[in-house]
Design a protein around this ligand. Structure first.
Ligand code: GN1
Ligand code: MG
Length: 358
């Protein structure tokens, strides 16, 4: 049935096509998302098809979310954690033919933004992601399953890049020459990380792993942060994942798809707001090692994303959907430019971090 929503999926949740309105929403690259409005109810739902070539064990997502929901429900019952709605059979997902679907409650009076238009939004979003980690500080992250093994493992991403590089034809090598050089020249980021990775005060934490602005729901009038969504990659990780991906996606006014590299600049007020928001929740929780690595988290994640786009380009664009053949190469160029901008502004950025750590 491809990725289209058919009536069996609705039936699993007790609805029929004639009694619901369905619109496709969202801009994610991986899963496909629909808004479901039953005609007889005030409530609305989000229905999502899980991309099983990316999430090979959808059950791991369901298990993780159940464990976290149970913990939060017990320890912080007032916290809004969006867990899946059960099917009429009491399952956490609908397994229809070879596809997995899940349904989530739609949170009324909230919006999700695709681009940040005000530093306050960076503050609110960073605060929400920080809050999730803070509330789960005493939850044993090791009890969760990785939903994508090695997802933010820079060593693995580097290895995947070199494997792809060794297989490609000369013409492709020529086309991606400066990005390949960039990827090799920045390997020190991986080495630097490795030199920290065995420190005792660099714990595994529960990380969201996809902290872009559209994954935070804001109050549609006040723009106050309400909760985080898109919980497929909630799994054990290092704190750098969430903060780093926020740097990657909040600091520049243009996205990873922008091809005019002159536009790839970072906005210090957004950085400051993001740091303040994150530290408002996490300052008392972060260890000394983690505090040392705050700025590095941005370099780590931006470099990793550059490698992932470049690797996908070199190996035939099988992972990230593209609108034109060199889009993943362009995305890699964009990310390398962003990485450069972080380095150029390193002193100012580090000053902001230090001011906010005292
Ligand atoms: C993917 O699907 P989406 O847009 O939420 C990817 C992230 C990347 C992002 C880049 C599971 O996220 O890791 O940072 O694209 N998610 C997965 O746009 O690979
Ligand atoms: Mg996502």
């Amino acid at each position: 049935m491809g990725l289209n929503l058919d009536s069996e999926v609705l039936k699993a949740y007790g609805y029929a096509k004639e009694n619901t309105r369905i619109t496709q929403i969202g801009t994610g690259l991986i899963n496909r998302t629909y808004l479901l409005s039953p005609l007889s109810e005030e409530k609305k739902y989000i229905l999502q098809n899980i991309n099983t070539s990316v999430f090979k064990q959808p059950q791991a997502i369901a298990n993780n979310l159940r464990a976290i929901a149970d913990y939060l429900n017990f320890a912080y019952p007032e916290y809004l954690f969006i867990k899946p709605v059960s099917t009429t059979n009491g399952e956490e997902m609908a397994h229809i033919r070879d596809e997995y679907w899940r349904m989530l409650p739609f949170v009324p009076n909230t919006i999700s933004l695709d681009v940040l238009a005000d530093p306050k939004q960076a503050y609110e979003a960073a605060k929400q992601f920080g809050k999730l980690s803070r509330l789960l500080d005493n939850f044993d992250a090791k009890t969760l399953q990785p939903t994508i093994p090695g997802f933010h493992d820079l060593g693995l991403r580097y290895e995947q890049f070199t494997l792809a590089l060794n297989k490609i034809v000369e013409a492709l090598k020529e086309q991606a020459k400066s990005e390949i050089e960039g990827a090799l020249a920045h390997k020190y980021i991986l080495d630097y990380y490795t030199s920290y990775s065995h420190r005792k005060d660099f714990p595994d934490r529960v990380m969201h792993h996809d902290t872009k602005i559209s994954n935070v729901l804001l109050d549609d009038e006040t723009y106050e942060g309400i909760c985080v969504i898109d919980l497929d990659t909630v799994m054990p990780g290092k704190f750098i994942s969430d903060l780093g991906d926020m740097m990657r996606t909040y600091l520049c006014a243009f996205s990873e798809n922008e091809t005019d590299l002159d536009k790839i600049k970072i906005r210090l007020p957004y950085f400051e707001a993001m740091i303040k928001g994150y530290l408002s929740e996490m300052k008392s929780i972060l260890t000394e090692t983690e505090k040392e690595l705050i700025l590095f988290s941005g370099k780590y994640i931006i470099y990793m994303q550059a490698l992932r786009f470049l690797t996908d380009f070199l190996s035939g664009n099988n992972y990230y959907p593209t609108n034109y053949p060199t889009q993943n190469l362009d995305r890699a160029k964009n990310q390398f430019k962003l990485l450069h901008e972080i380095s150029v502004n390193e002193k100012e950025l580090q000053d902001i971090i230090e001011e906010n750590l005292v």
